[in-house]
Design a protein. Structure first.
Length: 233
């Protein structure tokens, strides 16, 4: 067995390069029935999505966890875990506030549209963002869901990872610390989105056989299970 060669290692690392986490931007595209599309307080509402795109300064690629159940292969003995459903984690995006405070107002209004929590009137008040929306009334999902896209680029500005979150909407508008002594700071708006599911748009949905070299896999000639070790029939 050949010994480890540090020069070969360095050459391979230089060839592979790294994908930096700083080149990212986020796009938000609400549904056609989004309830704020005609909101009178946003005279320049069409430009809000562009503001959000250039104001999102920090986020994460979504995580995934497989929920498992524990079984005993023979009814006794060691425990083995079997997956049965994927679990997606909510996603936080931090936005840099504009000087007018429109971005904060937008998210606050978006969340109030989902559930009208404006309690300035009585329990019978109809003062929600949507027409006829009563206090604590929940809107239809078509009125508040959106598509959120996370784009991660390389040093040349080429898109390398593109994550699409479907039927996404904010569930948390974080607290924002304010202080007189913070003269050199600016307002950061943390927003947590939940979503139905997500996928990588620029990754081809290819078959496993097109990605892995078939010569490295034992084919058991079973049409329902073309890859893997032979089954014990």
């Amino acid at each position: 067995m050949a010994g480890f060669n540090i020069n070969n290692f360095k050459g391979k690392m230089s060839e592979l390069g790294v994908l930096k986490s700083s080149s990212v931007y986020v796009q938000i595209s609400p549904s056609s029935q989004f309830g704020l599309n005609g909101f009178n307080s946003f005279s320049e509402f069409g430009g809000m999505y562009e503001k959000l795109q250039f104001s999102a300064e920090a986020t994460k690629l979504p995580g995934i966890r497989l929920a498992t159940t524990e079984i005993r292969r023979h009814g006794y003995g060691v425990i083995e875990k079997k997956p049965y459903v994927p679990i997606f984690t909510d996603l936080e995006v931090v936005f840099r506030s504009d000087a007018k405070g429109d971005i904060y107002t937008f998210f606050q209004t978006w969340m109030k549209m989902i559930i009208n929590f404006d309690g300035r009137g009585s329990i019978n008040s109809v003062n929600g963002v949507l027409p006829g929306q009563a206090l604590y009334e929940v809107a239809y999902k078509e009125n508040y869901m959106s598509t959120v896209v996370i784009n991660l680029m390389d040093n040349n500005g080429s898109e390398r990872i593109k994550i699409v979150l479907t039927e996404a909407y904010p569930i948390f508008l974080g607290e924002i610390p304010l202080a007189w002594q913070a003269v050199n700071d600016y307002v950061k708006i943390p927003v947590v989105f939940t979503f139905k599911d997500w996928y990588m748009e620029n990754t081809p949905n290819r078959k496993f056989s097109e990605i892995v070299n078939p010569t490295n896999i034992i084919n058991n000639n079973r049409p329902d299970q073309p890859f893997g070790p032979p089954l014990n029939n």
